[in-house]
Design a protein around this ligand. Sequence first.
Ligand SMILES: [Ca+2]
Ligand SMILES: [Ca+2]
Ligand SMILES: [Ca+2]
Length: 382
Amino acid sequence: MRIFSMIALLVMLGPIVSDASAWEECSYDAWVRVVRSDGSYEDIVPTSFSWTTADTIFLQPGDTIFTDGVFHDFLCTPGPMTCTLVKDHFYVDTEPISWSWKITEPGYYTLHSSTTDETVVLRFFVNSAPVAQLAARAFLGGPFDPTTMLMNDDLRALDQIGPTGNVYEPLHGLYEYDDRWIMDIAVLDDHGPNSIVDYVHVELRDASDPTIINAQAVALIQRDGDIVDMDGVSPLRIIIPPGNYHVSILHRNHLGIMSADAIPLGNGVASIDLSDPNTPTYGTTARKLVNGAACMWPGNARTVYFIQAVSYAGAYNDRDAILARIGGSIPTQTYVGVHALDEDLNMDGVVKYTGANNDRDLILQTIDGTVPTAVRTEQIPW
Ligand SMILES: [Ca+2]
Ligand SMILES: [Ca+2]
Ligand SMILES: [Ca+2]
């Protein structure tokens, strides 16, 4: 959890105000407008310059606070906002001075106002960021072994997993890359069934309109299916206001899944086991049943933005991606990458088109084998 130190932004009124009427004038003239990244806004007018008055709002990067008033001086201390002077009217009390404050860290911001004899002070406090903890579980069908009921961790053992979560493009649109998604390399040591298999991508989606992605994070998945934070053991921490959310699990070469239900997040650790066939998922046959375990469908060797699918033939098919990776003409060729490769569908560290443990067969299994033109589409709403 990130806890920010208190930040104080001081707004000082002109030096000549020392009687009660001046405070009234100031409180009347001053306003604070919060403009959201989507362009919507709300005004927060301090109703009383007293420490008992506080407005608390959740702000994210992209949001901006504008202040306007008869203030004549500012002090901006380094913190989770950057400030920019928009319009400066030093020593002119009759016209407002405008500043904008760009939010650079998500969190609950509390505005307090107060006065001293000659100074109006507006202070923005940043509380600890609202962090939901999620203990989710899922299986990736490609590396899943039905005899051990664990996933293989060959990519980890072969040193093909890098220490940064920025290993692949976002699957469902843009996300802000975050320094949090870097791990200590010791996380990739052998931890038995808790060893790391790969990165996954977790989305929290809106309870009433699950096409809306409210928050997303990079996470790690252990051999036994636990989805954990960058320390390799803890429940995933996601910055989001408390509420109910659908949970989506995405992986770079599997079809993503989303919980059918919105689950409460924000108080304590929320759990959801999407490897349990009894936990309902959105859509139809969103997972592959293997020996009683519900696995994410493997075979997405080629990612096409937004609508993920596994196909064997036709435009952007996944089979051709494997063929191209091994050189394009000799099917018995194999390819061993330095880093994890999307075409390595069973995640054993080798891209293989034919023969034992080849990657191509997983595509056929996912599209049900008999009709090569069949396509399996990810069951996540758009
Ligand atoms: Ca575990
Ligand atoms: Ca595909
Ligand atoms: Ca492989």
